[in-house]
Design a protein around this ligand. Structure first.
Ligand SMILES: Nc1ncnc2c1ncn2[C@@H]1O[C@H](COP(=O)(O)OP(=O)(O)OP(=O)(O)O)[C@@H](O)[C@H]1O
Length: 246
């Protein structure tokens, strides 16, 4: 469904990512993980065609990705931070592209209701502005907007950033259920390994713009491709709870 072949991305001459080889099958759920600045967002934007590579080819369903609105509509994209327009209600944000394409009110309303149920957005929240939504609700609206046109591929850049742990855990459950219900190809970016492993069976570790490992959590734990992967896996701090009886 998605493929990077020998892809390189430079900013001002400096290599930010690549050369990259990556193939993602239809219906796969893949997490891109790694340190800040490792190249996760860059890879997501290359897959989406938001960035053009200086070398190599990006393929969508076997054909080179073209810069064309019809091609972009095959993707749903949740940008880092949600990217909702502050002057539009949640409903207007979610339905923005559909309205632009001329969907009538009844069709928009039916789709909003179906997606609000899928994204578990509380009734009433659709008529509010982003400043009147909680962080978790805003993320749910961003997800609804990405799914509105029923895209073949869903790309999510840190969809659960900046949420408290309880809201984050609830949204992880809901995202996982939504991915299963949709059966679409999903690529998500997170720097949280536990979240990545909960949501995606396949983990791609990026560091310094290169793929250092591509496998399951078990592969990363049992057979780390380089010492960095091992450090990343073991960098999670346990709770500093005193032992019982002390
Ligand atoms: N527009 C840009 N101009 C110049 N350099 C950039 C630009 N965007 C990203 N970079 C650089 O490219 C590299 C990869 O950045 P990228 O945003 O893809 O990393 P990331 O893994 O998504 O990081 P984070 O987790 O912090 O979002 C970094 O060194 C970054 O500084």
């Amino acid at each position: 469904m998605l493929e990077l072949r020998g892809v390189e991305k430079r900013y001002g001459g400096a290599l930010a990512a690549g050369p990259l080889e990556l193939a993602i099958g239809a219906g796969e759920v893949v997490a891109l993980i790694g340190p800040s600045g490792g190249g996760k967002s860059t890879v997501l934007k290359l897959l989406l065609g938001l960035l053009a590579p200086e070398a190599g080819t990006v393929l969508l369903a076997g054909a080179p990705l073209r810069d064309d609105p019809a091609v972009r509509r095959r993707f749903g994209y949740v940008v880092q931070g949600g990217g909702l327009f502050p002057h539009l209600t949640a409903a207007a944000n979610a339905a923005l592209v559909a309205r632009h394409l001329g969907w009538d009110r009844a069709r928009v309303r039916a789709r909003l209701e179906a997606l609000a149920a899928l994204a578990r957005l509380p009734a009433g929240a659709l008529e509010r502005f982003p400043s009147e939504l909680s962080g978790g609700q805003a993320q749910r609206v961003s997800l609804m907007r990405a799914l509105f046109l029923d895209p073949e591929v869903l790309l999510l850049d840190e969809p659960l950033g900046a949420l408290d742990p309880i809201t984050r855990a609830e949204l992880q459950d809901d995202l996982r259920a939504a991915f299963r219900a949709l059966g679409r190809t999903v690529v998500l970016v997170t720097h949280d390994l536990a979240e990545a492993a909960y949501l995606a069976p396949r983990l791609v570790v990026l560091r310094d713009g290169r793929i250092v490992q591509d496998g399951t959590l078990e592969d990363l734990v049992r057979a780390p491709a380089e010492p960095y992967v091992s450090r990343f896996v073991h960098a999670h701090r346990a709770l500093p709870v005193p032992p019982e009886g002390s």
